[in-house]
Design a protein around this ligand. Structure first.
Ligand code: 6R9
Length: 697
């Protein structure tokens, strides 16, 4: 039996017959309530539509509870039943899961389906084709410019993947070798990921918005055999010259002892002419000159379930990005299952996730999760507000998108552009909406629900992380009532707990640090080359548990409300950025002596980057200097990490031991000047007054 603490619905007996809800019957929210949160969000139950529920994979709280219960009481049985739906060359050993989750008992180890031999590319493509999906559309591609598009069926996708796989093998890429992919959202991006997986190579996709320095840092860390890129891309009205960035990164890597022999470059004539592309003979190869020459079949490299699938770098609380490592078998089973249930996926769906493959969302829910389910996936090269703010809905109507998965920052910015941009499109095809990347505030939730979804589509607000591989806390559409702004309840097999600062598990209504009690198949296995940091960051803060870095509140009904990061990580438009990374970029500027960065609330982006800078003695602060400081961050990390405010600070508030008091900086940044708290422990309390005076300088 489930103990009280493992029963996620323990507080929600009343949910079986939810009748009284705030604001009357809001199974169809009234547009009048838009933006106005009811007195208590906790009581705002949005009931599932009966017809939707009757066709859903999970139709009621009881059915969820039954499945959840089994996933906790018999994880081996639960997950191996699901795993058996995939193709395994050889079955895993008897032990479905082998883990040590407790630093006090030795090294942290997580293994799922060890000894099982499989291949995720085979399961995405060959297996689905054998099941008759060869002529089904796998990828619908929509270019940056309206009118530019393309499609690939599962058969065609397999052929292209095999050609790339054969090429990679030919240049010497072997099982276990790293491959860096620095591509925009062309079809070639998922194609290349799948090609790597087919031959057992470990891909590391770097978001094509990262700067040369960031790319070099990743190249130096994982020493890839090859870098795959494209000459240029158009995003909205802008042209971005990717090849120049890659050239600089490869040069910098060589300076650090890591040389790259092959740079495979996709020729993207829409953005740049071939002859205008800077070229290094011998190293640079045009994709179009070699790939089509290779055979369209390629044998699969069979790998162990615990062999690495990919590395994805993410920000932490130090300046050095962490190489999150995911393996094959557990990740495969987990992304496929979460995709199926959290979006109530049906074979007739047309699915669109607006994330870039450079982030984990694009790995798990553009490429692997959907394709493992044989889904039709829309890949969009452009930006949602180009050429106008209606672009997203134009695309939804054009392809009859049924599942639309995006980030709160996009919802908020579209909300600001006005309803008319949405309502002039039909959107009749939409059936499920999704949100990821940061907490979605209730007013944005309501707008998404009422205006975009015409009050008929459930919203899956999926809480998860690069580290977790797949969804952890998420609504299952149709299964239970939703609450605007809450990620609701745990996915199968996930045991979220909330602990206080001493690591004591809290019961009932509570708030604190969000941890996970046991492993789940999609969990990351280590930080590349630094298992020590893996243990220190995630398993030492609260021994016995995985620590997420997020704060969370659980309400009286057992629903989870994520409250944001509790570490030095800022979430800007759903992108994770470490304060230390931004600080180190700022202090690399020759005229910057010291920097302290905090995140503050931002209407559209969720959080904005606010930087306090101390200049080198004698340097005057000027508009020009402000711009060049911002440029330093753009150059070192990428445009998405640029601070929106530079606050000149002749001195920073520090304790006597020299620690910067960020708490005070946050209050100054958000102009909550009457909440500065105790400043008497500062080495020099007068700096606070000085900072306040300079706030609008
Ligand atoms: C998938 C992804 C992870 C951090 C995570 C949390 C925030 C993501 C969220 C959410 C509230 C949600 N986050 N989804 N917060 N509700 N539905 O975004 O991975 O880039 O690693 O970021 O994002 O703070 O810790 P990643």
């Amino acid at each position: 039996n489930l103990t009280t603490s493992t029963n996620p619905l323990r507080h929600v007996e009343s949910m079986k017959h939810p009748q009284s809800v705030a604001g009357g019957n809001i199974s169809k929210l009234n547009a009048v309530t838009l933006g106005e949160a009811p007195a208590s969000e906790e009581n705002a139950l949005v009931l599932p539509n009966k017809e939707f529920s009757s066709k859903a994979h999970v139709q009621s709280p009881e059915q969820y509870l039954e499945m959840y219960k089994r996933s906790i009481e018999d994880p081996a049985g639960f997950w191996s039943d699901i795993a058996s739906e995939f193709y395994w060359k050889q079955k895993w050993s008897d032990k479905v899961c082998d883990e040590n989750f407790d630093v006090r008992k030795g090294r942290i180890k997580i293994e799922w389906f060890k000894g099982g031999i499989t291949n995720i590319c085979y399961n995405c493509l060959d297996r689905n084709i054998e099941a008759g999906l060869g002529d089904k559309v796998a990828i619908l591609w929509e270019g940056n410019e309206p009118g530019m598009d393309g499609t690939l069926t599962y058969n065609q996708l397999l052929h292209q993947v095999c050609q790339v796989a054969n090429y990679l093998k030919d240049i010497g890429v072997k099982k276990g070798d790293a491959v860096i992919i620095y591509l925009p959202m062309l079809m070639e991006l998922p194609i290349t990921m799948l090609a790597c997986a087919r031959i057992g190579a470990v891909h590391s996709v770097v978001f094509a918005g990262f700067s040369a320095e960031s790319l070099a840092q990743r190249i130096i860390d994982c020493k890839p055999k090859v870098v795959i890129t494209c000459n240029a891309v158009k995003r909205g009205p802008k042209t971005i010259n990717l090849k120049d960035i890659v050239d600089t990164a490869i040069y910098q890597s060589a300076q650090n002892g890591v040389s790259i022999d092959v740079c495979l470059t996709y020729d993207n004539p829409v953005a740049m002419k071939r002859e205008d592309t800077k070229w290094q003979e011998g190293r640079d190869i045009w994709w179009q000159d070699v790939i089509p020459r290779y055979p369209t079949t390629c044998p699969v490299e069979w790998v162990d379930a615990e062999d690495p699938l990919f590395l994805l770098y993410t920000s932490g609380s130090t300046g050095k990005p962490k190489g999150v490592l995911h393996t094959t078998g557990g990740y495969m089973v987990y992304t496929a299952t979460t995709f199926k249930y959290a979006f109530d996926y049906k074979p007739s769906d047309v699915y669109w996730c607006t994330a870039d493959c450079g982030w984990i969302t694009g790995h798990s829910y553009v490429t692997y999760g959907p394709m493992l389910n044989g889904a039709t996936v829309l890949v969009f090269e452009g930006v949602p507000n180009y050429p106008d703010p209606g672009r997203s809905w134009d695309i939804v109507d054009k392809y009859k998108v049924t599942i639309f998965y995006t980030a709160p920052t996009l919802v908020r910015s579209l909300m600001r552009d006005g309803d008319e941009n949405v309502t002039r499109y039909s959107r009749k095809s939409l059936r499920v909406l999704g949100s990821v990347g940061e907490p979605i505030n209730p007013s944005a939730w309501r707008w998404f629900f009422n205006v975009v979804g015409d009050s008929t589509c459930p919203i899956s607000d999926t809480w998860w992380q690069t580290e977790t591989g797949g969804f952890m806390i998420t609504p299952l559409p149709g299964a239970w009532p939703q609450k605007p702004g809450s990620a609701t309840l745990p996915f199968f097999g996930v045991q979220p707990i909330i602990v206080n600062e001493k690591g004591v598990e809290l019961e009932g209504e509570c708030s604190g640090y969000l941890c996970i009690k046991k492993s789940w198949p999609g969990a990351f296995r280590t930080l590349y080359g630094d298992h020590e940091r893996y243990e220190t960051t995630y398993f030492k803060p609260f021994p016995g548990y995985y620590f997420s870095g997020d704060g969370c509140r659980r309400d009286k009904d057992g629903y989870h409300w994520l409250t944001g990061r509790v570490d030095d990580v800022i979430n800007v438009s759903g992108h994770r950025i470490g304060t230390a990374e931004v600080e180190s970029a700022l202090v690399s500027h020759p005229q910057c002596a010291e920097a302290a960065v905090v995140g503050i609330e931002h209407e559209v982006k969720g959080q904005g980057i606010y930087a306090f800078v101390t200049l080198v003695d004698g340097v005057p602060y000027s508009e020009e200097l402000r711009k060049s400081l911002i440029l330093a961050v753009r150059n070192q990390i990428g445009a998405f990490a640029a601070p929106y405010k530079i606050h000149w600070a002749p001195g920073l508030p520090k304790t006597r031991s020299g620690k910067i008091m960020r708490r005070i900086l946050r209050k100054i940044a958000s102009r909550q000047l009457d909440e500065l708290g105790d400043t008497s422990t500062l080495a020099d309390p007068s700096v606070v007054k000085q900072l306040i005076e300079l706030a609008d300088c």
